[in-house]
Design a protein around this ligand. Structure first.
Ligand code: NDP
Ligand code: 2IT
Length: 449
């Protein structure tokens, strides 16, 4: 990482000293600081008011024990987290991740990035994130419910419709949100919009399920069109086969693309005729089993063990939608060598710094996560608005608002990149545009946290 600005270099040194065992958090902070060099030169007031030092330290970090009883009557203990990173723009807002790889570092990197992402949506949302090292794989529905109830019984004292509004992320969908919502309602005796990503029956919003994947394609479509390209006729690969991947696939196909490969944590499938998404939905949403099942149901399709092999599949457009650091330098080089001309991140921080550098140096159109996957949280923001007004918009109404938000995010990134001397670099553009709105709000609010 190159930080020639001495203030930013000092801030980063302090962050490294304070968080020595948190590589994902340091990676996320390093990338943003690198983008801010021209910003601090033009805005010395952000240095004088300590805005950047404050932004890299969460306002609050909560860690707690989650005990629950499994189906064999045995007590299990997991670790729960919530980081309330920044409240300058609104109530803390961000998902909950249930996955064995969850650590304080993972939650802090996600919460830090969420602050800038939420800022880009233009809606009134601060940044937060949470989760647990609980592994939902292979658990019965009753075990999932007991875990969710125990988790929210502790977290409920820290959240609220105007305070902090969690949602889903890896391992957390409408089922888990429903169990947490029910227990929150019981404990607080109130039916409020304290969680988003709810099923329609619990006060959810149409399009929230599809929003991250659809939004990713709306952003990518805008980026492609500005470069004289489009999804139409393009060969696309999508990593993961969860919530984001499935609806990215659905929209990419609707826009004329052929999706030839998808993956999960066990491996990837290749189907040159175009993935049959109904089969994927059945395997991953209904049966919750492994993607290799696809080859039993679709003749001619192939399964390859190991999820990283997918980046060697020839494609025009790649949409990483599984997890952090899934695209490393080797994967990026393989993609570029095979003619891939656009990459947009559905997952959070899926590309390593080396991969991002290679994409930018090679002239690949690159849509960074904070901008490209903001459609999920943006639609959560729309769910909060509908909950406050106690009404429900139609699918078409929400979808139109989502699309408008994604097109605006693209414009904000492109304009900020241009204005601050990095034309075409949407990583810098997203970080700068996201940062400026939060920084201005913090300036107006004086020295708070
Ligand atoms: P899901 O739990 O629905 O799906 C996750 C998918 O990624 C699964 O296919 C899973 O495989 C795979 N996966 C998870 N961890 C790993 C790993 N360590 N290695 C390889 N594959 C892995 O999660 P989402 O689709 O909701 O989230 C995917 C990404 O998108 C995450 O980075 C998340 O932070 C981000 N995101 C999500 C948003 C949302 O609204 N849900 C919004 C914005 C970003 P398997 O089935 O085998 O576990
Ligand atoms: O990373 C993300 O933006 C999400 N997981 C969605 C968060 C939300 O509050 O909808």
């Amino acid at each position: 990482m190159k930080l020639s600005n001495s203030h930013l270099a000092k801030v980063y040194e302090k962050v490294c000293k304070r968080n020595p065992h948190e590589p994902e958090f340091l990676q996320a902070v390093g990338e943003v600081l690198e983008s801010l060099q021209t910003v601090v030169e033009r805005h010395p007031e952000y240095v004088d008011t300590g805005i950047i030092e404050r932004m890299v330290e969460p306002e609050r970090f909560i860690q707690f024990r989650v005990s629950w009883v499994d189906d064999n009557g045995k007590v299990q203990v997991n670790r729960g987290f919530r980081v309330q990173f920044n409240s300058a723009l609104g109530p803390y807002k961000g998902g909950l991740r249930f996955h064995p790889s969850v650590t304080a570092s993972v939650i802090k990197f996600l919460g830090f990035e969420q602050t800038f992402k939420n800022s880009l949506t233009g809606l009134s949302m601060g940044g937060g994130k949470g989760g647990s090292d609980f592994n939902p794989k292979g658990k019965s529905d009753r075990e999932i419910m007991r875990f969710c109830q125990s988790f929210i019984t502790e977290l409920c004292r820290h959240i609220g419709a105007d305070t902090d509004v969690p949602a889903g992320d890896i391992g957390v969908g409408a089922r888990e949100i429903g169990y947490m919502f029910g227990q929150y309602k019981r404990l607080n005796n109130e039916f409020t919009g304290v969680l988003t990503g709810k099923s329609m029956e619990c006060g959810g919003s149409l399009v929230r399920k599809e929003a991250t994947g659809y939004g990713l394609c709306y952003f990518t479509d805008e980026m492609l069109r500005a470069a004289g390209r489009s999804f139409n006729g393009a060969r696309v690969i999508i990593s993961g086969s969860g919530n984001v991947s499935i609806y990215a696939c659905e929209k990419a196909v609707a826009l004329g693309a052929t999706v030839v490969a998808m993956s999960d944590s066990t491996g990837y499938i290749l189907d040159s005729n175009g993935i049959n998404l109904e089969v994927i939905k059945q395997i991953k949403e209904v049966e919750r089993t492994d993607i290799s099942e696809y080859t039993k149901l679709v003749p001619g399709a192939k399964f390859y063990e190991g999820s990283t092999g997918i980046w060697k599949v020839k494609c025009d457009i790649a949409l990483p939608c599984a997890t952090q650091n899934e695209v490393d330098g080797n994967a990026a080089r393989a993609l570029v060598a095979n003619g891939c001309y656009a990459v947009a991140e559905g997952a959070n921080m899926p590309s390593t710094p080396e991969a991002v550098e290679h994409f930018l140096e090679s002239g690949v159109l690159f849509g960074p996560a904070k901008a490209a996957n903001a459609g999920g949280v943006a639609t959560s923001g729309l769910e909060m608005i509908q909950n406050s007004m106690r009404l429900t918009w139609t699918f078409e109404e929400v979808d139109a608002k989502l699309k408008e938000i994604m097109v605006n995010i693209y414009k904000k990134c492109a304009n900020a990149a241009e204005e601050y001397g990095h034309p075409g670099n949407f990583v810098a553009g997203a970080n700068i545009a996201g940062f400026l709105k939060v920084a201005e709000a913090m300036k107006w609010q004086g020295l708070t946290h």
